[in-house]
Design a protein around this ligand. Structure first.
Ligand SMILES: NC(=O)c1ccc[n+]([C@@H]2O[C@H](COP(=O)([O-])OP(=O)(O)OC[C@H]3O[C@@H](n4cnc5c(N)ncnc54)[C@H](O)[C@@H]3O)[C@@H](O)[C@H]2O)c1
Ligand SMILES: [Zn+2]
Length: 355
């Protein structure tokens, strides 16, 4: 099924959203808006002001970040929808970053066996990746995305002006999800990104609107080919088997390594093993390493840390028959899925990344 991606054209995507909501088929629906503490403050007022059809919509606010992707919060939202008289024709609009769209998508796809939802991404990660593709998720016992559904949103509306209030660290973190897609699709743009960041171009001067659109369209095309991740969609997990382990490891210590930075470290590990196992050109690893080290203080993992990281990797949903499977890269744009990586290889990658 084709996803509806709405970018700014002669008018803003919010004008398109308003027009859609005013269509007879939508206009009688009850509308609910999900925000977190930050997007409730920074994005909701201008959003509601720009979309007059939202007059009368109710909004729900959840805590910012990963702690919102929790079954207790999902359950509170089901309860709030019920108490507010939501029915199966109701619409949930997720206004936020990837945590809001993962949580809101999950709640919408399960409430009364599924109500419609729309994503209005406000972070770089959400615009370039998370808001697209209909994977919804909650974390379970500190392990990332262990519960969730596949359920496509009815539309994804891109309003890059929301990035104006995004903190610099969130921009930087988002660059790694962009880098992931560029590694899968476009070497020239990856070089542009690496040189811009390494010469210190201010983040807000990067051609982000173009990159967001390229990443979003690439992801939408991959998802259209394989909505339920049986085959080609797995390429989008590049760096994530390692990255989710790093993220869970950090969460377990109340660390503040966000998803994008963890994926950044995971991408380095995947490229390192790609050089060793698939003959990837080492100059790409060097170039990517410069990007990584210019944006993140990469932790030094001890041998004991690698045991804990491995225990998270053993729980990865993509594993089969006890083997840890990863996406690696033969070259830019040439990913290979389901590569079996041994525990000594994984340990080696984690021990090398901080050097
Ligand atoms: N479902 C998918 O396909 C998919 C893909 C990639 C990532 N993800 C998930 O997305 C999450 C990471 O996304 P994220 O970085 O957007 O997380 P996030 O939603 O936690 O946003 C990061 C921070 O930025 C704040 N924020 C967002 N937009 C803002 C704005 N415009 N102004 C000010 N503050 C703003 C948020 O409140 C939060 O504090 C992870 O949980 C990851 O697993 C999902
Ligand atoms: Zn990701």
């Amino acid at each position: 099924m084709k996803q509806k991606l709405i970018f700014p054209s002669s008018h803003s995507a919010l004008v398109s959203l308003n027009r859609w909501l005013k269509q007879p088929a939508q206009s009688s629906r009850r509308i609910f808006i999900l925000v977190d503490e930050q997007t409730g403050q920074h994005c909701l007022p201008s959003f509601v002001a720009s979309v007059p059809a939202l007059v009368g919509a109710e909004f729900f606010e959840v805590p910012s970040g990963e702690e919102a992707k929790d079954i207790a919060i999902a359950s509170q939202l089901w309860q709030s929808l019920l108490e507010s008289g939501a029915d199966r024709s109701s619409l949930l609009i997720n206004l936020g970053g990837g945590c809001v769209s993962d949580l809101g998508g999950f709640v919408a796809s399960t409430f009364m066996r599924g109500i419609g939802y729309v994503n209005v991404p406000t972070s770089l990660i959400a615009m370039a990746d998370a808001a697209i593709g209909g994977k919804t998720a909650l974390n379970l016992n500190g392990v990332k995305n262990m519960a969730g559904t596949f359920c496509l949103p009815q539309g994804i509306y891109f309003h890059p002006e929301f990035l104006g209030s995004l903190p610099d660290r969130e921009w930087e973190s988002g660059l790694f999800e962009v880098a992931k897609t560029l590694l899968l699709s476009d070497g020239d743009m990856l070089s542009d990104l690496e040189s811009a960041v390494c010469v210190g171009t201010p983040l807000r001067d990067l051609p982000m609107d173009r990159w967001i659109r390229q990443c979003a369209e690439f992801k939408a095309a991959v998802v259209a080919a394989d909505p339920n991740e049986r085959s080609v969609r797995r390429i989008l997990n590049l760096g994530h088997t390692f990255g989710h382990a790093v993220e869970s490891f950090s969460l377990a210590r109340n660390g503040n390594l966000s998803h994008g930075f963890a994926v950044g470290i995971g991408l380095w590990c995947a490229l390192y093993l790609s050089v060793k196992k698939l003959g990837l050109n080492p100059s790409l690893l060097d170039k990517y390493g410069s990007l990584l080290h210019s944006l993140v203080e990469v932790p030094h993992f001890s041998l004991r840390d690698t045991e804990e990281l491995l225990s998270f990797m053993r729980q990865d949903k993509k594993n089969r028959d006890g083997s840890i499977l990863c996406v690696l890269l033969q070259d830019i744009g040439l990913p290979v899925i389901d590569v079996c990586v041994s525990e000594p290889e994984i340990r080696d990658a984690f021990l090398q990344v901080g050097k």
